[in-house]
Design a protein around this ligand. Structure first.
Ligand SMILES: Cc1cc2nc3c(=O)[nH]c(=O)nc-3n(C[C@H](O)[C@H](O)[C@H](O)COP(=O)(O)O)c2cc1C
Length: 334
């Protein structure tokens, strides 16, 4: 079955399923597997230590798929900011035509670099007002990330069931629904709520091709829908991470009156997290995870996962929902 939406047409992909940028996870093995299975795979620029390494990773991914794939560039205010413009230049030099951005409005300088090279910009936002200002500023696709999501859900706490249709009512350009998606039910729901496709993060971490340690994949299976912590709330930089002994401790320390970032710095350090993804030593750091963990029960290949999502979506639309309409018609005719 094909599933045609504004997203499949704009991005030149078979199914409206995008793999969002994921620090430490979005490398060529995963991105190419998603693109080969008919979705859009995305490399994560800052997972590469240098812009030159990103350029090489783009070539490695291109050798693994002849389908479209993109690159994520996330711009966050950090003390030692990476050279974002040099990463953007690697994206341009690598001939990438689809870029997912996220982070502060400083990303717009990156858009200005990319746009003249015919790059389609997907911008991830957590609020309708941010989506509208990104649309006005010229991005091509909005990825609207609900409260359920892994990573940074923003500070408004609006779940997808409200955020997606609220955004769909106002955003005119194609829109991806993100946060909490992992199966065909979610895909149909997203389309019904007014999105043109879905963006998934956590679900793709629990696949064969995700290049992370099996212990981390197992944590996504072991945690249920309650298995996340929201940390950094008091710093207005909320982050949703998977429940573990380390994240329990982070949450405990941050709940103390007057807690500062310094109280948890060593537990949440990016370098420790990277080591945990590689070694599987879960005592090293925290891992990003969304509430969709409650819907993750296996570690399929990416191809199996995407086929399953599409088949399930088709069966819901044709059989479950279709039958509801048919029985109404039959009753009306009787
Ligand atoms: C392991 C992991 C790392 C992530 N890293 C990033 C990142 O570097 N930049 C970004 O924009 N989003 C990042 N995200 C968020 C995803 O791109 C996506 O928006 C989110 O996972 C969607 O919610 P879901 O996990 O419920 O599918 C990350 C998510 C995960 C699970």
């Amino acid at each position: 079955m094909t599933l045609t939406t504004r997203i499949t047409e704009l991005l030149g992909i078979e199914y409206p399923i995008v793999q969002g940028g994921m620090q430490g996870v979005g490398v060529a093995e995963l991105a190419s597997a998603v693109s080969n299975a008919g979705g859009l795979g995305i490399l994560t620029a800052l997972t590469q230590p240098t812009p030159e390494a990103l350029r090489a990773e783009i070539e490695r991914c291109r050798a693994m798929t002849d389908q479209p794939f993109g690159v994520n560039l996330t711009v966050f205010p950090t003390i030692n900011s990476p050279d974002y413009k040099a990463y953007a230049q690697s994206i341009i030099d690598g001939g990438i035509k689809i870029v997912e951005t996220a982070g502060t409005s400083a990303v717009r300088e990156i858009w200005e670099m990319l746009k003249p090279h015919g790059v389609t910009i997907l911008h991830k936002c957590t609020a309708v007002r941010h989506a509208l200002s990104a649309e006005r500023a010229g991005c091509d696709v909005i990825s609207i990330d609900g409260f359920e999501c892994a990573g940074h859900p923003g500070e408004d706490d609006i779940p997808g069931l409200i955020l997606i249709p609220a955004a769909a009512d106002k955003v005119r350009i194609p829109m991806l629904a993100s946060g909490g998606f992992g199966d065909g039910r979610g895909l149909v729901a997203a389309l019904a709520l007014g999105a043109d496709g879905i963006n998934m993060g956590t679900r793709f971490c629990a696949t064969q091709e995700a290049r992370i340690h099996p212990n981390v994949k197992q944590a996504y299976l072991d945690n249920d829908e309650r298995g996340t912590h929201l940390i950094f709330r008091s710093f207005k930089n909320t982050a949703r991470v998977g429940k573990s002994e380390v994240s329990d401790e982070v949450a405990r320390r941050l709940a103390q009156p007057g807690a500062t970032f310094g109280d948890v710095k060593e537990l949440v350090a990016g370098s420790a997290g990277r080591e945990m993804l590689e070694t599987g030593d879960m005592s090293m750091g925290v891992f990003w995870a969304g509430m969709v963990q409650g819907l993750i029960h296996d570690i399929p290949t990416v191809q199996e996962l995407i086929d399953r999502i599409v088949d399930e979506a088709e069966s819901i639309v044709r059989s479950r929902l279709g039958a509801m309409l048919d029985s109404r018609l039959e009753q009306a005719a009787a």
